[in-house]
Write a protein that binds this ligand. Sequence first.
Ligand SMILES: Cc1ncc(COP(=O)(O)O)c(C=O)c1O
Length: 389
Amino acid sequence: MNNYIIDDKENILNTYKRFNVVLKEGKGATFTDVNGKSYIDFSSGIGTNSFGACDSEWVEAVCNQARTLQHTSNLYYSIPQIELAKLLTSKTGMKKVFYSNSGAESNECAIKAARKYSYDKYGLGRSEIITLEGSFHGRTIATLSATGQDVFHQYFHPFVPDFKYAKPNDIENLNSLVNEKTCAIMIETVQGEGGVNALDPEYIKYIDKICKDNDLVFIVDEVQTGNGRCGYMYSYMEYGVNPNIVTTAKGLAGGLPFGAILFDEKLENTISYGEHGTTFGGNPICASAALSVVKRLNDDLFNHVHEARKIIDEKLLQCKNVIKTTGKGLMVGIEINPNLKAAEVVAKCIENGLIPLTAKNRVRLLPPLNISFEELNKGLDILIKVLED
Ligand SMILES: Cc1ncc(COP(=O)(O)O)c(C=O)c1O
């Protein structure tokens, strides 16, 4: 074990099962560790480095802003925040933006806004939020409560009340949970941490309708699926639905901690002066980084994502230990032969110079959105060799 790893274990809270790799630098979809070994990156820092490592446009945006002004607080107007908000609203048709620092914080804000909308209009007692079994919405107490997996509902009691969990893709079950106390429904169109499971389009459209019919707040958690990851600016756009709130983070600022919550006309005035805030949310360096990403979320990139996905499916579906691929665009789940363990496959890939991820017992791939076909094929060859050995 090298000294970095010893020092890490001695000094950093032991909450992650880390691989024995100390990554030092990267370019595009190629990383290098402290020993000079290189890896093809199929993880993008769990879906954050949208344009790969140290993408030159992103580096320039970050460095220019760091040289100009790194932070102002939210007491003053900030040019990168304003430019980014204009871009986000014009590309989505949403009306207002609030900035956060992470996915969990984005969802916290959405939960607050949904409850406030209902309180303002209907008074107390209409505060239930329906999320889905198998969902993941974050690690704060409220977002853990929103997460529909029992494994996350331990130790930290009491959790936040009034969350109910519906069975994905089961309209009857959803109908049985909606009542006069319901204020919102929150979904991921593709459950990422839950195993890379895409919801049925009909189910997503039904949620849109039931929310409209009952004046519920429709929240789409695009923390992982958003910002081009599924081959659309935001994944809900594939289905022609109109969420009232869209939350995002991860890939938004290309690898810096940043999130955004987008509100439509129904919710744009719900949270007002003094009712929500953050010191770092909207930080100018992060906002400039996000601008450099969002500017490039266009059809050329989305076509590249779809093309890359075709290559992934074509190659993997020929591999004898691959049962099927799941997810959308470059959010890929791989169901493997049940005799294999995804965590062991990933460990072997890392030994062989490829960095994939897991999601439950699936291998998960979240490569940079602009990964070159050369890097993509090189990485897939390593993965297939590991799966077939
Ligand atoms: C769908 C979804 N929502 C929320 C989160 C939490 O994001 P963060 O870790 O930035 O708080 C995640 C993280 O994996 C996620 O995938």
